[in-house]
Design a protein around this ligand. Structure first.
Ligand code: NDP
Length: 248
């Protein structure tokens, strides 16, 4: 895997890519970037107004017309995901890329004070929802010649850190989910990898580090080389990896 990537113009032409949490932060930039490089993007997120704004921005820039899927991953059931798969099959005929980006931080708290409802919400949004969504979308992913599944991990998903409780555990689980899928589909065209974005200027980062000068952080745009690489055919054959979008 390269430590930088200069994406050729149109590298994602004719690709169909679904992005969760596409209304804000890293997911929003990923959606705009994938569309800029030619992909038709399916924008999934909780707040419809944010998704509509991303849709408008893509259309205004002359990108392929996106689709919008308002869905709260906290309450979504297997049926929601199955209906989504059927709609994708009917509208697009297949799915080439799946970016699991939506995430819930919760609140940083000492282990002794972790409360069960918060723990369960974070596991639901960060682990169970990506598992169910991947399961439901596998049939349409298999209709692609080079399907790519990308999960979003974190530094605290590789080494635990005090007070990061449920969020950190959910990111370890994300790494595990990715590895299991990569191993099970090792002899197929399906590839699965994790991106660790690293410290990035978004509202989630500001919530975790309220005192920090956000201007000193990398922006979502700085990370896009790796997102483009993993979604493009240039990464065919790369699977089971956990990669840093801000390599040391
Ligand atoms: P943001 O909080 O800026 O954006 C998260 C996105 O996920 C939002 O669009 C949000 O939608 C969506 N989302 C949250 N909960 C749900 C839900 N229940 N259902 C549907 N969508 C939901 O976060 P970032 O862009 O910073 O983070 C993106 C990913 O990167 C996350 O997985 C995060 O854990 C990871 N990450 C981020 C780092 C950073 O420094 N920023 C570092 C390491 C990892 P809405 O706006 O409508 O609530």
């Amino acid at each position: 895997v390269p430590s930088s990537y200069e994406a050729p113009a149109g590298v994602l032409k004719d690709k169909i890519i679904l992005i969760t949490g596409a209304g804000d932060g890293i997911g929003k930039t990923a959606a705009l970037t994938f569309a800029q490089y030619g992909a038709s993007v399916i924008l999934l997120g909780k707040t419809t107004a944010k998704l509509t704004a991303v849709y408008d921005e893509i259309v205004a820039a002359g990108g392929p017309e996106p689709a919008i899927v308002p869905l709260d991953l906290k309450g979504a059931t297997k049926k929601h995901y199955q209906d989504l798969a059927a709609t994708i099959q009917a509208e697009f005929g297949r799915l080439d890329g799946l970016l699991h980006n939506a995430g819930l931080l919760g609140v940083l708290t000492p282990f002794e004070h972790i409360d069960l409802p918060t723990w369960q919400d974070i596991m639901q949004v960060n682990v169970t929802a990506p598992m169910l969504l991947t399961q439901a979308l596998l049939p349409v992913l298999k209709l692609s010649t080079a399907p790519s599944i990308v999960f979003t991990s974190s530094g605290v998903g590789r080494k635990g850190r005090a007070f990061w409780g449920p969020y950190a555990v959910s990111k370890f689980a994300t790494e595990g989910l990715m590895q299991i899928i990569a191993d099970e589909y090792d002899n197929s065209a399906i590839r699965a990898n994790c991106i660790n974005p690293g410290a990035t200027r978004t509202s989630m980062r500001a919530k975790a580090y309220p005192g920090e000068d956000a201007q000193k952080l990398k922006t979502p745009a700085d990370l896009m080389w790796l997102y483009l690489y993993l979604m493009s055919n240039d990464s065919v054959g790369i699977t089971g990896q956990s990669l840093d979008a801000q390599p040391k």
